[in-house]
Design a protein around this ligand. Structure first.
Ligand SMILES: [Zn+2]
Length: 153
């Protein structure tokens, strides 16, 4: 059996010496005392107790709000699709996009799996998502303003 595959977990403990990124800050760490998903692959762990607690809190809140977030985004996507499907694009057709951008700005947790946060860590990934949402919001607001004749289109 290869040594790599022999992951033996003991409660929240990972494999000693195994290097991975901290889920919270993205820093490489060999720390193995703060595993978020004992026994899971890939191992999601944190570099210190502080980051472990923040990550636990994040996941706890995330699992409560995520369903609501998806319902909101789903409804807005539906409204957006409906407005495009209508023969005459209504003036409000860009409003769902404003809503989507605003929702992501408030709740920048669009990634469906926690391991997707690993390359940058939770903190920086959220910042990047927020920057993109900001740009999208600005763009959709300009489009909306033009639609309503507030600025020349
Ligand atoms: Zn960390």
């Amino acid at each position: 059996m290869s040594k790599k595959r022999r992951l033996v977990y003991n409660g929240h403990y990972g494999v000693a010496g195994e290097e991975a990124q901290c889920l919270w800050c993205g820093r490489l760490t060999t720390e193995h005392a703060f595993v978020v998903n004992p026994g899971g692959t890939p191992v999601l762990k944190c570099c210190c107790e502080g980051h472990y607690e923040l990550t636990e809190e994040f996941i706890e809140r995330d699992s409560r709000i995520r369903p609501i977030f998806y319902v909101v985004i789903g409804a807005l996507c539906l409204a957006s699709a409906l407005s495009m499907w209508l023969e005459f694009s209504p003036v409000w057709s860009s409003l769902p996009l404003v809503g989507i951008a605003a929702a992501i700005l408030v709740w920048p947790r669009v990634l469906p799996r926690y391991e997707y946060y690993l390359p940058l860590g939770l903190v920086r990934t959220r910042k990047v998502v927020r920057v993109i949402a900001c740009a999208l919001l600005a763009f959709s607001l300009v489009v909306t303003a033009a639609r309503f004749g507030l600025i020349p289109g």
